[in-house]
Ligand binder design. Structure first.
Ligand code: SP5
Ligand code: ZN
Length: 336
């Protein structure tokens, strides 16, 4: 399987995040990418596809914000990374602000996603990595892997959150549609619900979004990923959320994934995008499922058996010491 990664993705390295009432060490570290590379072996540098595919998913205002906010933060005399403290929960209006604190609230949904001067380039190359994996599949490969770090599935069209800035899975799904695919499915098996991906395609009947994740009543991102969210308008029925309780092992996870795969089969995709997070692993420091390293090969075999051309993109997974083995297990299952 061809595997893509750019070392430019490593420069994004926030130190602290606001969590549970205080600052704590940032969990989404560059060391995660090094660990995955050590586990999966050689990767190819992605090609530079430019910004068109990114702009097909994200708004220009948001992309300008991601690039300019760190400079505005510094101009305001602030130390460290851009981080918000106020959010427009009552209703988001298209207001234009000069003050950085208002801007960051407008373009984010949490305080756990710091933005640094190095973030844009790293997120840009994470998206290019995803697009290069798509290229490999569009040119005939059965599957390809994009080592997407920073991850993407929490980022919406005009907001960052959950360590995510550019939504690589959505960018790939949209690029596949723009390349002539008519029906694309996204299977999201990160521990957390991919609220950004769901939001981007919630009213789109040509993209099916299915996710197995921790019940948002107990786990981040709390406000999205509930079972009654199923899509809207002509897209009703093209979103499928399968929340599981904390402590879930392979058996319930595999069963939920089978339910997702059946629904995707009924949809009839000509391409599958997999948002793969290894934060479902039993030792993950911020998550509460109980999958083992060997379980990832089982899950991957079940998906590969469906025989859809597949673009695999990495999302979360914070047990750095096991992350390489966990991603390698998933890749090995896909190929066996
Ligand atoms: C892509 C992804 O898996 N994003 C997950 C974002 C979850 N953020 C909320 C939980 C933050 C916990 N941070 C603990 C840091 C400990 N040093
Ligand atoms: Zn996650």
């Amino acid at each position: 399987m061809r595997q893509f990664f750019s070392t430019r993705q490593l420069a994004h390295a926030p130190l602290r995040e606001l969590h549970n009432g205080g600052f704590t060490d940032y969990a989404e570290t560059p060391a995660r990418a090094d660990a995955i590379r050590a586990g999966i072996g050689a990767t190819e540098d992605p090609a530079d596809h430019g910004t068109a595919a990114i702009q097909a998913v994200h708004t220009l205002d948001y992309l300008d914000f991601l690039q300019a906010a760190p400079m505005r933060w510094a101009e305001a005399g602030r130390p460290g990374d851009v981080i918000g403290y106020v959010w427009p929960v009552v209703g988001r209006r298209p207001l234009t602000f000069a003050r950085i604190d208002a801007m960051v609230g407008q373009f984010s949904f949490d305080a756990a996603t710091p933005l640094a001067a190095t973030t844009w380039d790293a997120a840009y190359w994470s998206a290019q990595t995803a697009l290069s994996a798509l290229d490999a599949v569009l040119s005939g490969d059965k599957a390809a892997l994009g080592l997407c770090r920073p991850p993407g599935h929490h980022a919406g069209a005009d907001y960052m959150g959950g360590y995510c800035y550019l939504n690589s899975a959505a960018i790939v799904a949209q690029a596949a549609i723009d390349a002539g695919k008519t029906r694309v499915a996204i299977l999201d098996i990160d521990y957390h619900h991919g609220n950004g991906t769901q939001d981007i395609f919630y009213d789109r009947s040509d993209v099916f979004y299915a996710s197995v994740h921790a019940d948002p009543l107990t786990d981040y991102p709390f406000y999205w990923g509930h079972a009654d969210e199923t899509g809207e308008g002509e897209a009703a029925g093209t979103t499928l959320n399968l929340p599981l309780p904390q402590g879930a092992t392979l058996a319930p996870f595999r069963q939920a994934q089978a339910t997702a795969l059946e629904a995707i089969a009924a949809f009839g995709p000509d391409l599958l995008v997999i948002s793969f997070g290894a934060d479902t692993w039993e030792g993950d420091p911020i998550s509460h499922f109980k999958l083992t390293t060997a379980d990832y090969a089982v899950l991957a075999r079940d998906i590969a058996a469906c025989r859809w051309p597949s673009v695999i993109l990495t999302e979360g997974g914070y047990a750095v010491g096991a992350l390489g083995d966990n991603v390698a297990s998933f890749v090995s299952g896909f190929q066996s």
